[in-house]
Design a protein. Structure first.
Length: 364
């Protein structure tokens, strides 16, 4: 038997790893470390993310210019997109098309608040607002169009699986702070359900992502510094065993909880971002989704996949952890409970913080 203090430290690390293995929470621990060490010092230098202004003309010039670029989620330019300019008081309504380089421009625009709306076939409309000053050349932040999520087979000739694949490819571009994977979150309240093949592909992408290997390395290093799982010993060999065990937890938890069980039980392994309603309702929603999930039929149901993945990862770990550090049945269930609590905490961070830190976030 291991001491209660040692067990607590071990289960906390296991909880972190299992939380990571659930997929959308893979960003949690590394994000917190990064925020605590970097963001406070750089906060004063933050700029308004909505707009950038490139130069201005003399104030003697009464009108200004508004220009920008239309791109897709990969950054590729979109030509032929319809761009509409509307003044806040509705006194100005102009329209143009983006050129082959995705660029558009409106000259001699009356100063004041405005809105630019962009539409293109096969994409969801996007809008950007700002305020034009006298003689200013206002450059709108590149407007990124996302694949329309309400498209039907009749509209675009795509099957449900093909629509889901487009949405998954958008989700795979979601990275917190530009590099931490945030794949298992959908910002569309009604996405197409994932096929079994897509669930396994997403699990594979998560487990082989470079950030996954770095995070596991950090966890293994902390375990070694505190002599967790002392049966592994110290030195390079001990670190390698801890790294292998932690990575095995990641792989088993991800594939069982986010691919195998969701495929068998027809459940969706993603977190469905709420983003609306009162703060209290969003808090309750985030906590509840640690034990409930959406099925492939769009209905809420007990999250047997995630809970089962937590328990399975703990049980399988008995095969490779040192004998004196192996969990019994009771401790495995305790570890599962810790995993549920860690998931609830990660959901709260996902609901209230992560979207703001994800530059390529999928538009609802």
């Amino acid at each position: 038997m291991i001491s209660s203090k040692k067990f607590l430290r071990s289960t906390v690390f296991l909880g972190l790893i299992r939380t990571f293995a659930l997929g959308h929470q893979s960003l949690l621990w590394l994000t917190l470390i990064f925020l605590s060490s970097v963001l406070p010092a750089s906060a004063p230098a933050q700029q308004d993310p909505v707009q950038t202004t490139n130069g201005s003309q003399s104030n003697a010039t009464p009108a200004g210019t508004i220009k920008g670029t239309v791109v897709d989620r990969t950054g590729a330019v979109i030509g032929g997109a319809r761009v509409k300019l509307i003044h806040a008081d509705q006194s100005v309504f102009r329209e143009t098309l983006s050129d082959n380089d995705g660029q558009f421009s409106f000259a001699n625009v009356v100063p004041g608040p405005f809105q630019v709306t962009v539409t293109a076939a096969g994409f969801s409309p996007q809008a950007s607002s700002g305020t034009l000053h006298l003689g200013e050349i206002y450059t709108v932040t590149p407007i990124a169009l996302t694949v329309a999520t309400a498209l039907t087979e009749v509209q675009v000739g795509l099957s449900q699986v093909e629509v889901a694949q487009q949405q998954v490819e958008e989700e795979e571009k979601q990275r917190v702070l530009g590099f931490i994977p945030n794949f298992y979150v959908t910002y569309d309240p009604h996405p197409a359900p994932l096929s079994s093949k897509q669930k396994f592909a997403l699990a594979w992408k998560t487990t082989v992502d470079p950030v996954s290997f770095v995070l596991i390395g950090v966890i293994a290093g902390i375990q070694q510094s505190q002599d967790q799982f002392s049966g592994y010993g110290q030195g390079a060999a001990g670190y390698g065993k801890r790294y292998g065990a932690s990575y095995a937890n990641l792989v088993s938890g991800t594939f069982i909880g986010s691919a195998i069980l969701p495929s068998l039980l027809k459940q969706d392994p993603r977190y469905f971002y709420k983003g609306t309603g009162s703060k209290r309702s969003r808090i309750l929603y985030a906590i509840a989704t640690s034990v409930i999930c959406k099925g492939d039929n769009g209905r809420w149901q007990p999250n047997y996949s995630s809970i089962g993945g937590n328990l399975a990862a703990g049980a399988i770990s008995n095969l490779y952890y040192p004998e004196k550090d192996r969990d019994g049945v009771g401790l495995t269930f305790e570890g599962g409970a810790i995993g549920i609590g860690a998931t609830a905490g990660a959901n709260l961070i996902e609901e209230f913080l992560i979207r703001k830190l994800t530059p390529n976030v999928q538009k609802p």
